[in-house]
Design a protein around this ligand. Structure first.
Ligand SMILES: Cc1cc2nc3c(=O)[nH]c(=O)nc-3n(C[C@H](O)[C@H](O)[C@H](O)COP(=O)(O)OP(=O)(O)OC[C@H]3O[C@@H](n4cnc5c(N)ncnc54)[C@H](O)[C@@H]3O)c2cc1C
Ligand code: SF4
Ligand code: SF4
Length: 534
């Protein structure tokens, strides 16, 4: 276990870690292994944690950070309350960890069966709503997921140490709601991140939107915190991923190419230059990844996440489906199936969900470390399946089942039938069918991916490729010798830049309008989205 805080060059920092309940089954204190400036105090009924020895409560020192986990213990209530109050008194900054500790009035106080499973004794009050620590002390910051990850806590301590306000903000008012707040505001675009984050798997995606099973939801808030429509700060995420601030229109990038597969079989099934398909095959064949999450379509043009592990499976999912596939949830299936070096393909909003999961793995604790590479495809807007059917059948009068390819190019939406007839209509006629939530989206080209791929900017039949991270760069450079690839023309770069900028301006205005007229029920969470607009 790495040491979280290096003593060298930094003022030493005293942390009080307080477990005020008897349960103490969260794994939180592991982050302090090797540190000698953590003062661990615990309820007298709490078992030893093995890593930190209990210290005498009466000798508790003053500290920069206090971290409380556990609810008010019903087996020793007074002791629990006194301990929480003392930690508050001694700590400059107090963080509440766990939904049992710092959840809202609807969330807080639940003890789950997961907690009891780890207990060496049986808690007679299991399943009884406990008073929350928040009922007796006020927290400066909260992380009310169940249970919090080591990475989440490390992020917090580091952000406080570095005085990094953008990062600390994530802890100011994190989710005390479920994603109902997002779906009711019609801000959800069906990425699937919430379903991946839910520790009890209470969320399923039904008709391209999340549905919560009230019987199994423990109201921990993990879905709300991880949703890319809440607390989304592109600048902070860019710094976290690339160690660089983003280009205001395109996100951080290093190189841009125009590229095309050399394989006829790839070009036959792909949307544009077949770069996503060929690159995934290369990653699998060279054993860089052991699986990829893509969008397949078991039912005609209605896509769903597909976990693929062979070039044949990759090719079977090639081509653009102009409808919502909750691809982030596919990561859960990939991990369940034992894959641990996963390439992810998705539209920019899905890539945002993945980037957030990787940067703030508060609820997504089983998944983030298994994502090896993130590929974004460009996206201006997307459609619910029912709307896609209305466009195709209503505007072109072709039954969707007869369509074998569709696309958007040069301002026109086109569909091609099995017998190669092509029908086209101006894009402006289909814009009103796009899902409403796409008008809150400011990302055209997947700014938080390792590599982004789209069609605009390159000649027909080629793909435009934006190489961003070091990892993406080194892999793409090796792959480039297998395909046709040249630097993107200046004209191509400016086409992409103009479209990306247009999307930010247009959707930024809509988002600002929502905020100004308070038509948004989770206003706070949107501010970060529009603040960095150019
Ligand atoms: C909804 C949508 C809107 C788009 N809008 C634009 C645009 O405005 N401008 C532009 O330049 N490009 C846009 N694209 C991207 C473009 O259509 C191609 O996907 C991209 O150029 C890659 O081409 P390729 O030949 O390399 O991909 P391929 O080799 O055909 O591979 C495409 C990959 O994308 C995955 N995929 C397909 N549909 C979806 C989906 N709905 N959700 C998640 N993953 C999916 C496939 O599973 C496959 O792995 C859009 C894509 C989508 C899905
Ligand atoms: S935007 Fe994504 S994470 Fe947020 S509620 Fe919708 S599906 Fe869930
Ligand atoms: S426009 Fe944005 S929100 Fe809509 S599907 Fe595309 S990437 Fe997602």
């Amino acid at each position: 276990m790495e040491r979280l805080l290096s003593a060298s060059g930094r003022p030493s920092l005293m942390i009080i870690q307080a477990q005020i309940g008897a349960c103490g089954t969260c794994i939180n204190s592991n982050i302090y292994e090797g540190l000698d400036d953590v003062y661990f105090v615990a309820h007298s009924l709490a078992p030893e944690r093995g890593i930190l020895e209990k210290q005498p409560v009466e000798e508790m020192p003053a500290a920069e950070i206090g971290i409380i986990d556990g609810p008010i213990c019903l087996q020793g209530k007074e002791e629990s309350i006194q301990l929480a109050k003392l930690v508050r008194e001694k700590s400059k900054i107090l963080l509440g960890v766990g939904s049992c500790t710092a959840g809202s009035s609807t969330i807080g106080g639940f003890i789950t069966e997961d907690c009891s499973r780890l207990l060496p004794f049986f808690c007679p009050f299991l399943r009884t709503r406990h008073p929350k620590a928040e009922d007796v002390v006020s927290f400066d910051y909260k992380l009310p997921v169940c249970s919090a990850t080591q990475e989440g806590l490390k992020k917090f301590v580091k952000a406080v140490l570095d005085n990094d306000t953008a990062q600390v903000r994530y802890f100011e008012a994190p989710g005390t709601s479920t994603i109902r707040a997002v779906t009711e505001a019609e801000a959800c675009m069906g990425c699937g991140t919430c379903a991946m984050a839910c520790p009890t798997r209470a969320i399923s995606i039904v008709e391209q939107r999340p549905k919560i099973n009230g019987a199994t939801c423990i109201r921990c808030g993990a879905c709300f915190i991880q949703c890319p429509r809440t607390f989304f700060n592109a600048e902070a995420l860019s710094r976290d991923k690339f160690d660089h601030s983003p280009d205001p229109h395109l996100g951080y990038y290093q190189e841009m190419y125009s590229a095309r597969s050399r394989s006829k079989s790839t070009l036959d099934v792909s949307q544009d230059g077949g770069i996503v398909t060929d690159f995934l095959c290369y990653l699998l064949e060279s054993n860089v990844v052991d699986a990829a999450v893509v969008a397949g379509s078991r039912h005609g043009w209605n896509p769903s996440p597909r976990v693929v592990a062979s070039p044949r499976e990759v090719a079977a999912s090639a081509g653009t489906k102009y409808s919502v596939s909750p691809n982030v949830l596919g990561i859960q299936e990939a991990v369940d199936r034992g894959f641990d070096r996963i390439a992810f393909v998705g539209v920019p909003c899905q890539v945002q969900g993945v980037a957030k999961a990787m940067a703030y793995p508060f609820g997504d604790r089983h998944y983030h470390s298994k994502i090896a590479l993130v590929i974004s495809i460009f996206c201006m807007e997307n459609f619910l399946f029912s709307e896609l059917r209305s466009i195709v059948e209503g505007k072109t009068e072709i039954p969707l089942e007869y369509v074998n390819k569709m696309g958007i190019s040069r301002g026109r939406f086109w569909v091609r039938t099995e017998d190669r007839n092509v029908f086209t209509i101006p894009v402006k006629y289909i814009e009103s069918y796009a899902q409403k939530s796409c008008s809150l989206c400011l990302d055209f080209c997947g700014e938080l991916s390792d590599i982004s791929v789209g069609s605009v900017g390159s000649p027909q039949g080629y793909s435009s490729v934006i190489v961003r991270s070091e990892k993406g760069k080194s892999l793409f450079e090796k792959f480039a010798s297998l395909i046709e690839c040249q630097p993107l023309s200046e004209e191509g770069v400016s086409t992409i830049r103009n479209l990306a900028s247009l999307k930010k301006t247009k959707n930024g205005m809509i988002t600002r309008e929502l905020i100004t007229h308070k038509r948004w029920s989770i206003l706070d969470t949107l501010v970060d989205i529009i603040n960095p607009l150019p």
